[in-house]
Design a protein around this ligand. Sequence first.
Ligand code: ADP
Length: 512
Amino acid sequence: MAQAKLKTDTKPDSYKNYIGGRWVKPASGGMMENLNPADTRDVVGLFPASTAEDVDAAVNAAVEAFPKWKATPAPKRAEILYKLGQILIERKERFAQDMTREMGKVLKETRGDVQEAIDMTFYTAGEGRRLHGYTTPSELPDKMAMCVRQPIGVSALITPWNFPMAIPSWKMMPALICGNTLVIKPAEDTPLSTINLVKAAEEAGVPPGVINIVMGVGEQAGAPLTAHPGVRLVSFTGSTDTGRIVATKAAQTDKICSLEMGGKNVIMVMEDADLDLAAEGAVWGAFGTSGQRCTAASRIVVHKRVYKKFVEKLTERTKPLRIGNGLNKNVEVGPVINQDAVEKILYYIGVGKDKDGATLHLGGNRLDKGEYRNGYFIEPTIFTDVAPRMRIAQEEIFGPVLSVIPCRDLDEAIEIGNSVKYGLSASIYTRDVNRAFTAMEAMNTGIFYVNSSTIGAEVHLPFGGTKATGNGHREGAMASSLDIFSEWKAIYVDYSGKLQKAQIDEFKIAGS
Ligand code: ADP
């Protein structure tokens, strides 16, 4: 098997923040190492460990650039996005390679991640010639009423490491098309993919100061950004715990705040389901991206009549999964992101075995020998005989750990499915249309699939969830992203030439 090329003998590349159209070193001079999670001897690069001073400079640049960008006609802003989309297409392969190297997921998936950014960029560019508002009748004569979307100002985008180009693009493109300027703070583990996106945007002609990138750890670079008085909007994707901190900070200076947080997603397998299809979907949902998607299927609720057979099929498909460095073509499951993730996942495997009392059916170990010795690899792990209230069935593990829970019927499956604090994605495998529709209506989630896994959102549909997954916003689908990144302005034009008073003046209907 071809091994991924290591750069151990060369000096790692050093990267800078992008502020006001210039690539600049962080004020403190501090840098962070970004390591390849499949082989930590491979240093992807050195990235700025920014602090409040850098954040301040970036926000000031964005404040300064705002009036001109706001005044740029939306169709002209869109032309830049079309160019950007084209550049992303040309660089797709290189960006995917960079992403696998810094994040770990396999190439097939990182190509998908870049593709999602391409899709989002073109999709949003089309909006440059729409950005529709509407007109509506006034209750008074000789008066016109309408409303238009207006940009909000400086947007702070705080993004996680699991979709290092797709998620920044979900936020960046709608922010730009609406006429906002922005500062993005990518996750500390995956800054390179966001730099690739920002450099492509620079090349496409986004003017200086419109996009700024500040890298660094959450508390040092993210926190001052959420607190900065120059920022009007914070759009965050990450864990529920951090999201709450961000929302609290944002509220103190009256910022608009959109949060996209955790999930504990469920696949329900009914006794009439195509079990092969369901097992295939379960494996993809649970172990794709090593389970590190907010939409990952971490619970499978299976009708007891097909439970045994389904577990057999699931096991047959999971056992041969090839784990390794995602840059190698035949690898299907890459590493997890870092040492903290390894520890958290192993902790939950311990809880499942020793405290919850579930059956550890498959996997459960860290791989640290041979080709795995320098990486963060964990075996795809299946727990069976899981009860819905066990911690492994309730808490987000964010790793390749799947809980299989037996159920009696659809009603119980729905009850179990809804019994967690999150509400992102759910799915049902059944051939019965009545059951499919019943579950579709009953599941309290933002995303629902029939005869498909819990993952695979498309950019033109709303993405987000209920309960602790979010705070009511949706990304993706144009109308909902525009609602995050623009504010409505209601406009009344009175051409009667006299003072007319809404709710007070009486209008006489002619002839009455
Ligand atoms: P995860 O647990 O998935 O690593 P987090 O929710 O901690 O994710 O991080 C998501 C993003 O939020 C990252 O860019 C991270 O640096 C940032 N972040 C972490 N802590 C804070 C904070 N206190 N304020 C603002 N941003 C933060």
